[in-house]
Design a protein around this ligand. Sequence first.
Ligand code: GTR
Length: 431
Amino acid sequence: MTTPFTNPFLPWPKVRHYEAIPADGNLEEYQRNLAKDTAYILTHANYDEAKAGALPLPPLLADPDTGRAIHSPGEWPALRQKHRENLERILYGKLPPLPQASHWEILQEKEVFQGTCLMRIVRLTLENQGRSHQATLLCHIPRRPYPVPAIVALNFQGNHACTPDGDVPLSPWAQLSAHSRGAQANRWDFRLLCDAGFAVVTCAYYDFYPDHVLGRAQSVFRLFHPQEELTPRDRDYTAISAWAYGYSRLREVAAAFPEVDPAQIWAHGHSRLGKTALWTIAHDDQWAGAVSNCSGCGGAAISRRNYGESLECIDHVFSWWTTGNCRPYAEHPETLPFDQHTLLALAAPRPVLVTGAREDQWADPMGQFIAVLHAQEAYRLLGRSGLPSTEHPPLGELLMSPSQGYYERYGIHDVTDEDWRNTLRFIRQSR
Ligand code: GTR
């Protein structure tokens, strides 16, 4: 399949500084330079489609080492495994192993929305070799004939920021609690989702990996590694893999609720968590499917395009998201043995919805659409249908089959009610 673009590839503006993370732990200068780099990158990104380029994508259905093509569904699992190992080695690192023990307890439960829904606060504890790590989950469960489907999604600013409900405990993370209660409630229409018959389980992403250069030491990786191995330079242990691990631990809790159908639990994520939702279901086959909202570069958007955010930017500015092996590939994305259509294909045959927004060109909606189109090959190999058209749909129009969905809506980088409505439409027709 060819992409709709025929322009020659133009390289991204290079990041100005590329200091390694200092060994002495003194991050002050590093962080100052990073702020300058970020400003530079933001003002130099390309938003001209005519310059976006069209490097050929690595074939999805061929061995990245030998080039040998596969033709039957039986050959896919081994190739899928190889693609996943490449993504792991170069971009996202390995997920932590399972802990020796895990348990959860209900801290609070009450009726909300005029008795149509239960709100439940759950504390999850993971234990390994005498260390323990906790996460606090905010769950909404509609009172319906059970079992109901569920959406699992990490949140950015703490459970208390997702709802104005004063009974939801403040996140213990100072950085998150600084944000006021209900500050992101517009992104979480629990009422809409419960009325539609969906349970929703969320938790602060900081609970699994605080999202900054020093976050590794407090992340869930500390269950498995001593502190000396969890410095800013230990880039094997990435935030995206820790969050993906968190998604799957939340899925286990949701699946254990008697009200929830364990076969109908969907991973939903916005932006960096949209990248994570895709990496999550690439690993854990128990998810029903995923919704990746405005995930952009390192998520659903093609890395080989010169448009909006670049992999080099991510690898530099968010060094804790990617592995230490990423840099040479980020500087030369044409050398990657995969592109992000490969990540999308790892979900096949399970349904995936990819979304973008018009004013979120940083996340390259068109690059996401191209990735969805190219991921179709894996779905077709497995006997599923791809998108019903290869034309980018008009703004606001959801293009979907039971296996793949894509739309670009008006508006900014956000999660809106329109996004949730489209998510529900997509999930309903996919089940
Ligand atoms: C941006 C980053 C994006 C995206 C976004 C978000 O700063 O460049 O890759 O992940 O943050 O998560 O909101």
